[in-house]
Design a protein around this ligand. Structure first.
Ligand SMILES: *[C@@H]1O[C@H](CO)[C@@H](O)[C@H](O)[C@H]1NC(C)=O
Ligand SMILES: *[C@@H]1O[C@H](CO)[C@@H](O)[C@H](O)[C@H]1NC(C)=O
Ligand SMILES: *[C@@H]1O[C@H](CO)[C@@H](O)[C@H](O)[C@H]1NC(C)=O
Ligand SMILES: *[C@@H]1O[C@H](CO)[C@@H](O)[C@H](O)[C@H]1NC(C)=O
Length: 190
């Protein structure tokens, strides 16, 4: 019984966190890149999501931005995410930025605030590109290891075991990705 009520209260706490209108991108781990097109994403399906809002960008350092600046006057919630062009937001690279989704009639009435995030200099990789670069580096390393072992193996026999070890490396990586995804979904469901 105690375990059960513990689980129930855990679920209640989790759904309290989930049922909140908030900005998901940008965030501390999902930065923007200066003079580039960037993504803004929010939890549009929450019951308390407003139908429309103004998008503002601010910085905790007033020497960077004196006060939050509106970059989109009226944004429909149902879009769920949008691409912000460099004509809409053209902030210099720096730390401590935050995006605010606010009442269009009163911008100090803020519905949701993003985590502080960084705008990296032009040419920086986005988080997804970094992950791709890291995994292709890992793939290159395992391909090179496989090639070396193929060279050694080829002294003994001339079959495709080298190619096989590259493939199993890739398949292993995909399996790990799926496990991570399922784990993430389970966490979301909780
Ligand atoms: C605007 O919103 C702020 C914060 O909710 C509130 O304190 C203020 O009274 C509002 N101003 C007007 C003119 O409604
Ligand atoms: C493969 O062998 C080459 C030299 O034969 C070496 O430079 C390289 O680091 C090796 N790669 C791995 C992954 O062991
Ligand atoms: C071949 O295998 C030996 C160990 O069996 C290893 O020390 C050597 O580095 C390998 N050669 C290459 C080119 O990887
Ligand atoms: C290929 O290599 C594997 C592992 O080294 C070995 O078990 C297999 O018998 C080889 N096949 C052929 C056709 O040489």
């Amino acid at each position: 019984m105690q375990t059960r009520s513990f689980v129930v209260s855990l679920l209640a706490a989790a759904s309290l966190v989930a049922a909140q209108f908030r900005v998901t991108v940008p965030s501390t781990s999902n930065w923007w890149v200066a003079r580039s097109t960037n993504i803004l994403e929010w939890t549009c399906r929450e019951a308390n999501a407003p139908a429309q809002f103004t998008v503002l960008i601010g910085n905790s350092d007033q020497t960077i931005l004196v006060q939050p600046l509106a970059i989109i006057a009226q944004q429909n919630n149902f879009d769920c995410s949008i691409i912000i062009t460099q004509d809409q937001a053209n902030q210099a690279a720096g730390q401590g930025y935050q995006v605010y989704l606010a009442n269009p009639l009163n911008n100090t009435d803020v519905y949701a605030t993003s985590e502080p995030f960084e705008i990296k200099p032009l040419g920086s990789l986005y988080p997804t590109q970094q992950a791709a670069a890291a995994s292709s580096a890992a793939a290159a390393a395992s391909a090179s290891a496989a090639a070396n072992s193929t060279n050694n193996n080829s002294n003994n026999n001339n079959n495709n075991s080298g190619a096989f070890s590259v493939r199993s490396g890739v398949i292993g990586g995909m399996a790990a990705g799926v496990v991570g995804l399922v784990g993430g979904m389970a966490a979301t469901l909780l």
